[in-house]
Every structure is written in C-alpha cells, then in structure tokens.
Design a protein. Structure first.
Length: 442
C-alpha cells in the first residue's frame, strides 16, 4: 500500500475502462459511508471492466467500497478509509432463467424487486423476503446476508445460491458453483461471499434456486401480555411436524406500525402458512392448540388482502428501522427457545428514549430499535449485549444511529476470526476492499 494516493493519475487510468466522476455538492451525502465520502465514483459497464477497474485501484493502493443500491452501507464498523465507490448498477441484466429447472442467473447489480417481478411472470419466486429499502441489489443482499421472516421455512441466501462470479482484486473474474442445483463438490466457495460485506471480492453474477409461488397463503395472530408465554407457544410450534412459513414475535409498538389491533395486550405472535389448502388448515389448528391456555387471547385470522398489507408493512417498517438516521437498531442471534425470555428482558431498555420497537423471527433473530441520544448509546448496547450473551446468543449493532466509531458493533472476538483474517489475506492482501468494515477490523 502506498503512503500517498495519486488521485489524478488514478482517475485518468480508471477512465480508460469505466465511467468515473467526483461526487459534487449536490450528491456527496448520498455517497457518504459513516461520514466518509469516496473521492471517486466509478461505474463500469460490464463484468470485465469492473474487474479491470478493481485491479487498477488495488495497484494504486486505493480503498474500494463496492456499491450496489447503497441501501445498507451503514452496516458494519466504520471504514478506515474510502477512495473509490465501485458501482455495480450497470450490471443489471437477467442472464438466464430456466423455469423447468427452477434456476435463474442474473447480474449482481439487478435489484431484488426486478428479479422477483420477472420470476412472478412464470409463477415462480426467489423464496426470500429480506427487509430491504427500494433499490437494493442482489449483490448487496448477498454481501450482507439479510433475510426475513420466511427464512424459517424457505432458508436463507446461503441455501439458495448455487453459483457466483466475482471480481478479485487482481482483476480476474472467478467462478464458483454453477447454474444447476447439484453442482458442488469439495469446498463451496459461494458461501465465502455471503455475509462478507464485500471484503473478499465484488460479486458480478449470481445463480439461484427458485420455487413455485404457493397456491395458498394465510395469516393469524394471537395476543399476549408476557412475551415469555408467546415464546413457549412458539417453541411448541417449532417442534411440530408442520412447516410454518413464518412465526414472528412483535411488541405493541411494532404491531401498531403493522395495523394490528392488540386490544390492550403488549405482544403478539404472528403465524404465516403457505402451501396447499389442507396443509394450511392443519397449521391453523396447530396454532390454535399451541396458543390456547398460555394466557393468549383467541386466535385472530387476517383476511387475504389485510395479510398482504401486513407483511408488506412488516418488511418496509423493518427496513426503515434498520436504516433510518438517528435510530439505534440491534440484531440478536439467539437460540429460538430464548426469543421470549430475551424479549422480556430488553422490553424496558431505552429509558428516556421511550418504548423501543421489538420484533423477532422464529429462526432466533430478534431486533431492538429506538431513537437514542448519542451519549446513551454505548450503555444501552452493553445492556442489550449482556442479555444476548446471558442466553447463549450474540448481538450486532446494525444501525449505529449516526455514531462514527464509539460503538462496539460486533462484540467480543472469537477464535474463528484468525481464520477469517487468513482468508482475507489470501483474497485481498493489500486490504483494498472495505478496509476495517468487517469483524475484528477485517
């Protein structure tokens, strides 16, 4: 890495392979990452040009921020530096869709919503419902490994990706996996890029397994005064030989944003069932049995139109809470059995900031979000992290609320981090890609 970056020379060389400009006063804020604005915005027109641009930056010692829709750039630790935003939005084509094989291949700059719309024309979908803001790309979704309520049944991105093409810092485009479902032997290199926050390479193409759209989709919810009782019901449902599409716990503040009436109760357990009619009715019966006698009220069925609006609002509200300026949002990764007890433990955390919004998935992901003054954020994160560790889980700060370095985003280190550092050295020896953003300063 060089001590002084020759920005003019870098800009001139990048212009030989891509469109390059400097952020100006009208849009510099939109390119800011934790208060740092890259000096150059580089937008290649194809995968090969992107690889060449990345290699140019690596040789020059420039720090590169891979940039899709820019919707999740606040995730992770503050960047050590950022010289070039490497934008993938021109890589937005559908490469191949085989409805009969139930696979699809698209460029990483394509938005998730555009892909879902295309698949929907064939009665299919990518079985994924991540809470993302408009404009989120496939590459960004993979880099952050974001998932939503339906991961409970459908799995996450790691389960759906069957192939990737990624630009390495030396300019080469490497391929892992393929375009058919059974194509992996040995190491599944695809998984390295999922959740790596763009620190190992820049995704340019992705292949997925897809699924038919379900013929039936039903939603119910039951109210509770104590989230621990809701958690007990959820645990019972998870042990049953039926597969709910989603089982989600929300507090009254979160339920209000979804348009659900809790009639004075403090918590609700939402259930979603998809599939064929008889199987869906079986799940309704199981839900009623599991919630009966646990201080839950009668089960409320949501009509089809309201259910669609509820889940759409759920994802939109979740995305806003994760990324709205000024909010502190934390994500817990817990054993599913601990969802109710931890929700109870953190319900009053927030103090003068008011009641937080709390929501959680049956997979064990739990979210806490509130507007918190900057001087109180560290203490609140410590309290929340203590609740997570006391239940065998972990906590990550997803939205720092404007903080630029004081908060501990990832928490205590782990022995596995040394292996992550070794992989980083192999893929990005100069530390070109998103320096300092991932765990342990990777």
């Amino acid at each position: 890495m060089i001590e002084q970056l020759d920005l003019a020379a870098l800009e001139a060389e990048l212009k030989t392979v891509a469109d390059v400009r400097k952020p100006d006063a009208t849009d510099s804020d939109s390119w800011s990452v934790g208060g740092i604005t890259p000096s150059l915005v580089c937008t290649p027109g194809d995968s090969e040009s992107l690889g060449e641009a990345l290699a140019i930056c690596d040789r020059a010692g420039a720090a590169v921020v891979p940039w899709g829709g820019g919707t999740q750039q606040g995730l992770g630790s503050p960047l050590e530096r950022a010289d070039v935003a490497l934008v993938t939005t021109q890589l937005d084509r559908l490469i191949e869709h085989e409805p009969g094989d139930m696979t699809v291949t698209a460029q990483a700059g394509m938005t998730l919503s555009a892909l879902q719309a295309t698949l929907g024309e064939h009665g299919q979908w990518l079985p994924l419902d991540p809470p993302l803001l408009p404009g989120a790309t496939l590459g960004g979704a993979l880099a952050t490994d974001v998932s939503g309520p339906r991961r409970l049944k459908e799995g996450g991105l790691r389960d759906l990706v069957i192939g990737t093409r990624a630009a390495n810092v030396d300019g080469r485009i490497s391929r892992a996996g393929g375009k058919v479902v059974k194509n992996v032997t040995g190491y599944d290199i695809n998984k390295l890029h999922v959740g790596a926050l763009g620190t190992l390479g820049v995704l340019v193409e992705v292949s997925f397994k897809v699924a038919p759209l379900p013929p039936s989709d039903r939603t119910w919810y039951c109210t509770f005064d104590d989230p621990r009782n809701a958690g007990l019901a959820l645990s019972k449902l998870l042990w049953l030989p039926v597969s709910f599409a989603a089982l989600d716990l929300v507090n009254a503040s979160a339920a209000e944003g979804l348009g659900l009436s809790l009639e004075g109760a403090s918590w609700a357990l939402l259930a979603r069932a998809t599939g064929f009619g008889p199987a869906v009715e079986r799940q309704l019966s199981e839900f009623r049995d599991a919630t009966r006698g646990r201080q839950g009220s009668h089960t409320t069925a949501v009509n089809e139109q309201q259910a669609k609006e509820t889940w759409t609002s759920y994802l939109e509200e979740s995305a806003k809470r994760r990324w709205s300026p000024g909010r502190l949002t934390c994500r817990f990764a817990l054993p599913s059995a601990e969802l109710g007890p931890v929700a109870a433990a953190i319900a009053e955390v927030g103090g003068a900031a008011g009641k937080p919004r709390i929501w959680g998935h049956g997979t064990g992901a739990l979210f806490w979000s509130a507007e918190v003054p900057s001087e109180g954020r560290s203490q609140i994160v410590d309290r929340l992290r203590g609740a997570a560790h006391g239940s065998g889980g972990r906590l990550v700060v997803e939205n720092r609320g404007g903080d630029r370095g004081e908060l501990d985003v990832w928490g205590p280190g782990e022995p596995s981090y040394r292996y992550m550092r070794a992989i980083k050295r192999q893929y990005d020896p100069r530390g070109t890609l998103n320096p300092g953003r991932f765990v342990d300063g990777i």
